[in-house]
Design a protein around this ligand. Sequence first.
Ligand code: HEC
Ligand code: HEC
Length: 399
Amino acid sequence: MSRRVGLANLLGGLVAAGVVAALVVAPAPGYRWQLPRGFPVPKVPADNPMSVAKVELGRHLFYDPRLSKNGSFSCSTCHDQGRAFTEAKATSVGVTGEIHPRNAMGLTNIAYAPVLTWANPTMRALEPQALVPMFGETPVEMGLAGMEAIMLDRLRKERRYQLLFRAAFPGPADPVSLANVTKAIATFERTLISGESPYDRARLGDRTAMSPAARAGEELFFSENLECFHCHGGFNFTGSVDYVGKGLPEIEFHNTGLYNIDGKGGYPAPNTGVHEITLRGEDMGRFKAPTLRNVAVTGPFMHDGSIATLEEVVDHYAAGGRTIAGGPHAGVGRTSPLKSPFIGGFELEPGEKEALVAFLESLTDRKFLTDPRHANPWTQPFDSVRWGARRVRGAAGGR
Ligand code: HEC
Ligand code: HEC
């Protein structure tokens, strides 16, 4: 309960402060999206247009442990590039050891997400979302509550930031502010775009990019028998999507019959899905369907990391809902009155489960997972002249 109220207060404050801006197309002179072929242009808030300097600043902040209470955690602690910005733990652990009830979500193509986190219909933009891990207390993630001024002072002392904040936010006032921190982080996150998987190469005509098994799995995925595409459809393999030219964003939450602890479709608290926010009975167990791009490297799976492998995810859907035989969460998901009509269950021929998994694996974009532009900048060389430092006479390249 305190979690819900805490979040609502935090967000209420943000709305009052005008931080939650409507997403519209922000003209950004000089900024060029590098989008995979066929991908639409992401929407960007009018008061936070894209810029190369802001992306670079945001990347530094995303990887900076100064953004945590004791200097031990950065966003990347739980959002690791090699795992498509997720982590190996079933549920996250914060800087003070507090256990988060949920599994860290991936940030693949997060620029196209009209709603953020597993089941919060009010969380609509990346700028305010970044405040939750930094300052949230239920649970504590980075533990910065009450430490805003201390954190900003830490940043002001860093030489790279003295250049980067100025380059990203030119103007007379001190650019090192919390609003600019979240704007820069959100700008970096919007560049985390992935669309060069074997599946994409096959779509562009390279018949050898996908194995025959993966192609058979693709047909199963898009079949009316398995129904996967109804909730994981479109170029980003999720029903919740937005982009320039879309009009209204699509936002969907579904109950997949993962739990049924009371015979009435109940999920174990505090992970009751959208219900946690709305307290409406029909929202019990409804979660966002994550993008399936790069899903093979994001395990364990589901909102609470309660499924270890993709094979077991397929078993859950094939059964039309998961059965838990004993313990506090025992129940038969198949008989849940709240599960989506698309979770009907299906039978697979020998080899078909492997094919479906091979298809999901063909959505892994190795280039994205190793792209140096998305990697930790603190271990990369820094071009201070590029970001505004004056060339020192006599220094290399200065004559
Ligand atoms: C302690 C681990 C942890 C840290 C540190 C952390 N996150 Fe997360 N992140 C999570 C978890 C867990 C979720 C799912 C939260 C939920 O559903 O309530 C999440 C969700 C998100 C989402 C939503 C993704 C989606 O698909 O909807 C974004 C965006 C995000 N985090 C960005 C950040 C940023 C930016 C930072 C640093 C300022 C950060 N996170 C730090 C664990 C973490
Ligand atoms: C009714 C909508 C719906 C259908 C149909 C559906 N899914 Fe999902 N999928 C979801 C939702 C919602 C989640 C998250 C559920 C949760 O965490 O409780 C999810 C989660 C997943 C995950 C785990 C993702 C992660 O990052 O943890 C995989 C993999 C997956 N689905 C694959 C499939 C496949 C394969 C099919 C077809 C057999 C399918 N889905 C059918 C809605 C759906």
